[in-house]
Design a protein around this ligand. Structure first.
Ligand code: GDP
Ligand code: IMO
Ligand code: MG
Length: 420
């Protein structure tokens, strides 16, 4: 049986904290897509940790953590991250497993990401520059090197062939940066990767499922960044939605049980692209300040706005969300009034659907105003103590999107979560 936790907005919904919270109830936590573009924050005691590639179940000794075949893996970031995790006394050689099918990000992927963004100029995607797009292009272009290839004696020549292909592209981009230092650290990290557990993860996971073990699939990014259903072209290069679990881990759709969708009580986006409910005013700045909305991977300020129920209903639909987890509700504690977007006005026409041309048209959100609760909620443990205004806000969301909010997260700490 597989449950899924994934983001319903444009990423950074608080997935790391939520996966860490639920992990004790599972035998396996597995990442199924994305790569080091992700930054998942969680707290171990009072120490903050940001994970990019290692699943967020790693701090639970009994949990097996898997990097699935749908992931693109940067060995350099992985090595660094393993050092951080090891400093907490966790033995990654014991409970981290990597799929043979996982595609490897090589230094020239990062260079190509940078060169492509530079060429796009004003129209850049706002990529994290971690090489994600070029690595997935090599996967679908059937050129990629995969983790299983590390065990092949021809690995070095396979690498050189790929690097030479990339060099031609880089020359076309007039990209002249010296990346030889990146290559040195890459080969050092490859040696480290060879010491980790590399498995045929589809057999590994399915055998565990047959034995009655519970798997938690951890999404990265958010559904509005999905390559097929997001705000194309301002998206990432993988399927971030629940369908990606099957292709990313090699499990059948019949095995998917709960789909837990994580949304902030408001909305943020980092990078370029449409964001209908963005507040380019003091309220937006207030959300950024109170929510410390700066990227966990790049440090960039996140764009902030009110919750977008048109987009949320859409992402609940395409994911088959069974339960919603609402995070950062506490960030709204001091607002006297809140707004929720219930429809889009596009050139005079009202719609409650996400349009195909979302990245091309001007969208004016239609708002419904809600009275804020205007009190500190960070210490609440019992759902009956939630302010009545918050309950009304949640009831409205439940009714609109057609999936129930079952948990409210009221602070970054592991124990700051209320089950409704
Ligand atoms: P992820 O990428 O979805 O895992 O989210 P990030 O880690 O990038 O960003 C979420 C940020 O919000 C992190 O700094 C978390 O520590 C923090 N956070 C998560 N849940 C809550 C919450 O309920 N309240 C507050 N105040 N912070 C939270
Ligand atoms: P987590 O898992 C927020 C955004 C980038 C950019 C676009 C494409 O922490 O929620 P990419 O590097 O993937 O080619 O960038 O996607 N992006 C994220 N935004 N959270 C993330 O991950 C993101 N991963 C990528 O900012 O707009
Ligand atoms: Mg993040």
């Amino acid at each position: 049986m597989v449950d899924v936790i994934l983001g319903l907005q444009w990423g950074d919904e608080g997935k790391g904290k939520i996966v860490d919270f639920f992990a004790p109830g599972y035998d396996i936590v597995a990442r199924f897509q994305g790569g080091p573009n992700a930054g998942h924050t969680l707290y171990v005691g009072d120490k903050k940790v940001v994970l990019h590639q290692i699943p967020s179940g790693i701090f639970h000794q009994h949990t097996t953590n898997i990097i699935g075949g749908g992931v693109v893996l940067d060995p350099v970031t992985l090595k660094r991250e393993c050092d951080v995790v090891a400093s907490f006394g966790i033995d990654v050689k014991k409970n981290l497993f990597i799929s043979e099918r996982t595609n490897i990000i090589v230094p020239t992927h990062r260079a190509l990401d940078k060169a492509s963004e530079m060429q796009k100029g004003e129209n850049k995607i706002g990529s994290t520059l971690k090489g994600i797009g070029p690595a997935y292009m090599d996967k679908t272009g059937r050129n990629a090197i995969r983790v299983g290839d590390l065990l092949d004696k021809n690995f070095n020549s396979q690498y050189k062939e790929l690097r030479n292909k990339h060099q031609i592209l880089l020359n076309n981009f007039n990209f002249a940066e010296d990346i030889s230092a990146w290559e040195d650290e890459f080969f050092e990290a490859i040696e480290f990767l060879r010491t980790l557990n590399v498995v045929n993860s589809e057999y590994f996971i399915n055998k565990q499922i047959t034995a009655g073990k519970k798997v938690l699939a951890e999404g990265a990014q958010g559904s509005m960044l999905d390559i097929d259903f997001g705000t194309f072209p301002y998206v990432t290069s993988s399927n971030t939605i629940s369908a990606g679990v099957c292709t990313g881990l090699g499990v059948s759709p019949k095995q998917i049980n709960e789909v837990l969708g994580v949304t902030k009580a408001y909305c943020t986006r980092v990078g370029s692209g449409p964001f209908p409910t963005e507040l380019e005013n003091e309220q937006g700045e207030e959300l950024r300040r109170l929510g410390s909305e700066f990227g966990a991977t790049t440090g960039r300020p996140r764009r902030c706005g009110w919750i977008d129920l048109v987009a949320l209903r859409y992402t609940c639909m395409i994911n088959g969300v069974t339960k919603i987890i609402m995070t950062k509700a506490d960030i709204l504690d001091s607002f006297k009034e809140l707004n929720v977007c219930t429809a889009y006005n596009i050139e005079g026409k009202e719609t409650d659907e996400v349009p195909f041309a979302i990245s091309k048209v001007k969208i004016d959100p239609i708002w419904e105003a809600y009275k804020g609760w205007d009190c500190d909620t960070t210490g609440i443990k019992d759902p009956t103590n939630l302010p009545v205004e918050m309950s009304k806000y949640i009831d409205f969301i439940n009714g609109y999107v057609g999936a129930p909010v079952k948990y409210v997260s009221n602070g970054p700490g592991r124990d700051q979560i209320i089950q409704l």
